[in-house]
Design a protein around this ligand. Structure first.
Ligand code: MLT
Length: 266
């Protein structure tokens, strides 16, 4: 069922499917809730899935204020959960959705039964990454969103997947054309300014899931191995031959890991 709330000056749409334990699947940068298509299909028989379109993505309008932060998106998610009457949930975020998940865990720890980072990290951007983002913003400003996505989206996939699934990658790029430049720049700026949140992992009183792609260049295995030991309870899965997009690259493996985590934390 499609639902909506008003948050600040934006209209936020989200899907609710299935019954039982509330589980939120939060998409990443230049995606919308359709990125969880395979997971929705599989998990809806086991829990109540909440699938937001973040402000500016999919059917949700963007936040209009200046200097939007990752915490603003976490506050938006909190408003959505309040609207749904959800006191506690399992929150699973992909990449940028994971950064928002960590901010949410810092701001509203009592609302989480467990949380997970799917190809995401608690480290802040280093100077090199900030430089790459600044170049990305210049590319969007000078050449537009489509050019930017054509240049960057393939980097999210493993070499093997790229060889065999060119059409699916092109589809994702085509869908991305609907994003406004302003939204993608808002996300990039918010990501660049986000703080290190390793302390959130250290302080977490709930289980934390890490899903890591062995070939992920955006949330690299080496970086993630430096943080998986921080929570009291970690569930760690390394998916071989996957990069940043196991939702599409290795859906069956990911689905099983998510279900196991959700079931263990019920
Ligand atoms: C994402 O997939 O959400 C982004 O690649 C995250 C990032 O750029 O750090």
């Amino acid at each position: 069922m499609e639902k909506k709330i008003q948050f600040q000056d934006a209209e936020i749409l989200y899907e609710v499917v299935g019954n039982g334990q509330p589980v939120v699947l939060l998409h990443g940068f230049a995606e919308d809730n359709n990125i969880w298509h395979e997971q929705t299909h599989f998990l809806q028989d086991y829990c109540r899935l909440i699938l937001p379109d973040l402000p500016g993505s999919g059917k949700s309008s963007m936040l209009q204020k200046d200097n939007v932060t990752i915490e603003d998106y976490a506050a938006c998610l909190n408003a959505l959960l309040t609207n749904e009457g959800i006191d506690k949930c399992v929150l699973l975020g992909h990449s940028m959705g994971g950064y928002i998940t960590l901010a949410f865990a810092e701001m509203f720890p009592d609302k989480l039964q467990a949380f997970g980072l799917v190809h995401s990290s608690a480290f802040a951007d280093n100077e090199e990454k900030k430089g790459v983002r600044k170049k990305g913003i210049t590319m969007m400003e000078e050449h537009g969103v489509y050019f930017f996505l054509k240049n960057t989206t393939p980097n999210s996939f493993s070499e093997n997947y790229k060889k065999n699934n060119q059409e699916r990658i092109s589809e994702l790029i085509e869908q991305g054309k609907d994003f406004s430049k302003e939204t993608l720049i808002q996300y990039y700026t918010a990501m660049m300014n986000r703080p290190d949140r390793t302390a959130v992992l250290e302080k977490s009183e709930v289980p934390v899931l890490f899903v890591i792609g062995s070939e992920d260049a955006i949330a690299p295995l080496d970086d993630l191995l430096k943080q998986v030991h921080l929570p009291q309870t970690s569930h760690i899965h390394i998916i071989e031959d996957a990069a940043h997009m196991s939702m599409q690259e290795k859906p069956d493996e990911l689905n099983n890991y998510l279900l196991e985590f959700i079931s263990n934390t019920a």
